[in-house]
Write a protein that binds this ligand. Structure first.
Ligand code: ADP
Length: 196
């Protein structure tokens, strides 16, 4: 078997108020694997994901990403880690008054200067790439519509395109269908599976 892309070892997270959200979680994720974590509300799913991108600091245990223990990273190293992983959220986290295309381009912001991004001056190559991902997720024709005017399912497609544009090594999705009806949920899960 190939080397896991992610290896979680005995991960423990105890919040300052004493709640033990993770009690020694261990599992591996192989390259190309599509892993779904299912559990009751409050069982620790978000806590687990937040330990992967350092929004939460684990109390003990290891998270090996490409063999590096990411629970020990700080400062600049955390920023570097975050450029290799992408997150998708239940509430989409789009800028509602910006166009679909500009939301996707936000994904490539780490490579764009602050002034250029404020003025909406994106690299031609980045625009082409963003458009190609919008095509991949099936909403290319919405590129110049404001994100706030799209349905929930369409907004999640934009968020997925925004995640893809960074060429992430891994995508973490926290209840990506939590805000969608059953039919849209199936479509989004199918899309994520196909993209994977
Ligand atoms: P899930 O994502 O499965 O709904 P969470 O990871 O959000 O679960 O929560 C797991 C447990 O940790 C719950 O008991 C929740 O109340 C608690 N919890 C989550 N965030 C915090 C926090 N910042 N401070 C204290 N307790 C928290």
């Amino acid at each position: 078997m190939s080397q896991p892309i992610l290896s979680v070892r005995n991960l423990v997270k105890t919040y300052p108020n004493g709640v033990q959200a993770l009690k020694g979680v261990s599992f591996d994720v192989q390259p190309g694997e599509f892993l779904v974590v299912i559990g009751l509300s409050g069982s620790g799913k978000s806590t687990l994901l937040r330990c992967f991108n350092q929004l939460n600091q684990a109390t003990s245990g290891q998270v090996l990403f490409h063999d590096q223990d990411i629970t020990q990273l700080r400062g600049q190293d955390v920023r570097q880690l975050r450029s290799k992983i992408a997150m998708i959220f239940q509430h989409f986290n789009l800028i509602q008054r910006h166009t679909v295309l500009s939301n996707v381009l936000m994904g490539s912001l780490s490579r764009t200067s602050t002034l250029a991004s404020l003025l909406g001056l994106f690299d031609k190559e980045d625009v082409e790439k963003a458009r190609s991902f919008l095509k991949l997720v099936g909403i290319e024709e919405k590129a110049y519509i404001r994100a706030g005017q799209l349905s929930g399912g369409q907004q999640q497609r934009v968020a997925i395109a925004r995640a893809l544009v960074t060429d992430p090594a891994v995508i973490f999705a926290d209840e990506p269908t939590g805000n969608l009806d059953t039919s849209r949920s199936h479509e989004i899960m199918k899309l994520l599976e196909d993209l994977n």
